[in-house]
Design a protein around this ligand. Structure first.
Ligand code: SAH
Length: 386
């Protein structure tokens, strides 16, 4: 632990605000998260000891930097966008991000100056480059670079990509995305592949997964395997169950579960993620899984209305948690077990209260530290039908 405290020497941590727990040792961070889970969820069941990381730095497989013009130095600068103050804190190397991804961002920034591509100024609505996204697949080594711009015409794009690849031959795909909305750090609808396949592939729990620029993919790959293995263990599948995998993203959990289930049905609202999920099933030779693109609540309400029932429901909603429509339909689907994966214990508590009031009992709660140094906590819990 002493080693970790010494190696965490971020100079901008206060201004950036991304590492809310940077003043604590890693052990203290885990204790803090455990206390939070105990106090919010301890009333439902005993909370297992949170699973931490061996090395809690540089774990992110996704790095993102907003670009702006540094008038003092007369050059492009990049850094971390603060959603609260709408200002950008200059950062060249973030202790949570992959080091090589950070180097790629610095190269793109340098190239923007040499190619005279101006960073976009959100207040003036003027300029070109908004931000850069770098995703790396740790198991396969594939790297995706997404250059997000305000307008579609990319001057000298071929030479730009050539220069980028000559500095970083390890990059496997480069994508140009256009975001003309008011919201920063978002990907727009339009993407053009400038180099490579337009996606990267990674491996998790012995399966291969395709990741497109806008698809959700857990940012901490080693802890993600820990989390998914826990989900499968808690699901207690024997090979005969029908499973509903809701908020399924690119189908990761459902595909891993499909090996020990009779049939899996996945639902996800992001069209690109569903496309990836279908390809993932095909590439891994999995035939007992189906995906549909829809709102989880709408869809489950519809199929349970048609008489569909499931043995196990897996749910992994975003931070806002689930909806009453979805939870009511879960009750109607009469599963013997619900596995709830949550990235926000506050909405988890609210949703568990609903399920407990409608005939379920929380049997096990497990925290997994997916986001060291930040205040975020990931939890998986299992509910059985009483
Ligand atoms: N289970 C996946 C993804 C979890 S993230 C994994 O482990 O990788 C949550 C997912 O819920 C995202 O992919 C998001 O696009 C999706 N989502 C958000 N709101 C939704 C809704 N109303 N209906 C269905 N999916 C939704």
């Amino acid at each position: 632990m002493v080693l970790i405290m010494e190696s965490y020497n971020c100079k901008v941590s206060k201004r950036c605000g991304g590492c809310q727990l940077s003043n604590l040792s890693y052990e203290e961070q885990l204790e803090y998260k455990q206390r939070q889970l105990n106090s919010l969820l301890g009333g439902f069941s005993r909370v297992n000891k949170i699973i931490g990381m061996e090395n809690p730095l540089r774990y992110r497989n996704k790095a993102q930097a907003a670009f702006y013009f540094d008038f003092k130095r007369q050059r492009t600068a990049s850094g971390i966008y603060q959603s609260t103050s709408k200002s950008i804190v200059p950062v060249d190397s973030c202790l949570l991000e992959n080091e090589n991804a950070d180097r790629i961002i610095v190269t793109v920034r340098r190239l923007c100056d040499s190619f005279k591509l101006k960073p976009y100024d959100i207040k003036k609505g003027y300029g070109f480059v908004r931000h850069i996204l770098v995703r790396n697949a740790v198991k396969t080594g594939e790297i995706m670079v997404v250059i997000v711009t305000a307008t579609p015409a990319f001057p000298s794009k071929n030479n730009f990509v050539k220069a980028l690849l000559s500095a970083h031959p390890e990059i496997t795909t480069v994508i140009h995305n256009v975001n003309n909305s008011d919201i920063n750090l978002m990907l727009g609808e339009r993407s053009t592949v400038l180099y490579g396949k337009g996606y990267i592939e990674d491996e998790l729990c012995s399966l291969k997964f395709r990741i497109s620029p806008s698809s959700f993919y857990q940012v901490n790959p080693s802890q993600c395997e820990v989390l998914y293995n826990k989900v499968i263990e808690l699901a207690g599948l024997t090979g005969s169950e029908t499973v509903f995998d809701s908020y399924c993203g690119t189908g990761t959990i459902g595909l891993i579960a499909s090996k020990s289930a009779k049939q899996v049905l996945g639902v996800e609202v992001n069209r690109a993620a569903v496309k990836d999920a279908i390809i993932n099933a095909k590439q891994n030779g999995i035939k007992n899984i189906y995906f549909t693109c829809d709102d989880a609540g709408e869809y489950l309400e519809y199929i349970t209305g048609e008489g569909e029932r499931f043995d196990v429901v897996i749910m992994d909603p975003p931070r806002a948690g689930s909806t009453v429509k979805f939870l009511k339909s879960v009750v109607k689907a009469e599963p013997k077990r619900v596995i709830y994966v949550s990235c926000n214990p506050v909405t988890l508590k609210r949703d568990l209260e609903f399920l407990v009031a409608h005939g379920f009992r929380v049997c096990e709660i497990q925290g997994v530290d997916m986001f060291p140094f930040t205040k975020h906590v990931e939890t998986v819990c299992v509910l059985n039908k009483v």
